[in-house]
Design a binder for this molecule. Structure first.
Ligand SMILES: [Zn+2]
Length: 270
């Protein structure tokens, strides 16, 4: 892989090791690469009305280059079992079924994911990764938002993301400008009392602040949704990337300590 700017040390070694298994099975195996202080992430993808291959690659690189995470990818969420996800700290959905009806993952996979979070781990998603499985009450509740009736967006535009409340996920991050899709009237299909809107941006169409990041607590675990991240370029925005990594880490552990000095410097990682 391209290391760029001399940044890649631990992250890229991990990336190289984890990449060995790519293509051998639907689920890569990062267990050999994991260090004790690192968190294990499983990205769920393989279906999305967005460019899931390039956004998954971008997210994987961001996670690995932070040094805090090791990453596996599954393209077959319907094969998830309690045993298959037991070693992970957090699941990240980059999956949806837009245009394919609203197929579910099946009882075994859905119960496994629900219990995974309830017992203390995390479920996160970005952009359209929350916008399927509309009848799965726990999934929708944990993520805190989804595309729903009345949700929309204008053309890609530049806007400023601000943080209306204090939270570990946004601590240390300053408001930032990005070029992305700004969704308005995000749905909230099965709201949990614990749902919090962490970040907003002003929408010219609705003339109000729209939610762009949310979190929840569910049992002993947590959920996080970043509505930003339409494509790989959007995920390269330093603020967006930092917010996403913080959210994934918080969903996994309930705390945030990922070292994002490289990201904060604005240096492009590629
Ligand atoms: Zn989009």
């Amino acid at each position: 892989m391209k290391t760029g700017h001399g940044l890649a040390t631990v992250g890229c070694i991990l990336c190289a090791i984890a990449s060995v298994a790519t293509g051998a099975s639907a689920v890569d195996d990062s267990s050999l690469a994991r260090q004790p202080e690192q968190l294990s992430v499983l990205i769920i993808t393989g279906s999305n009305n967005h460019e899931w291959k390039s956004t998954t690659k971008e997210l994987r690189q961001a996670c690995e280059q932070s040094g805090r995470f090791v990453v596996d990818v599954t393209l077959t969420p319907e094969t998830i079992t309690a045993d298959s996800i037991a070693k992970y700290d957090v699941l990240v959905s980059n999956w949806n079924s837009f245009g394919k009806g609203d197929p579910r993952w099946g009882k075994t996979a859905e119960k496994a994911v629900e219990e995974f979070v309830r017992k203390g781990k995390g479920l996160a998603a970005f952009h359209a990764g929350s916008s399927s499985l509309h009848d799965w009450v726990a999934f929708q509740g944990i993520l805190g938002g989804a595309w729903a009736k009345g949700t929309g967006h204008g053309p890609r535009s530049s806007f400023t993301v601000t943080f209306p409340i204090e939270h570990p996920i946004t601590a240390g991050i300053k408001g930032f400008e990005t070029s992305d899709e700004l969704w308005y009237n995000l749905g909230n299909l099965h709201p949990l009392d614990s749902r919090k809107v962490l970040a907003t941006a002003y929408c010219e169409k609705t003339k109000k602040q729209e939610a762009v990041a949310l979190c929840t607590e569910y049992g002993k675990g947590r959920g996080f949704l970043l509505v930003l991240g339409h494509d790989a370029k959007a995920l390269q925005n330093a603020g967006t990337r930092e917010l996403l990594l913080h959210g994934i880490e918080w969903a996994a552990t309930g705390a945030v300590c990922v070292n994002n000095d490289k990201i904060k410097s604005g240096e492009k990682i590629q």
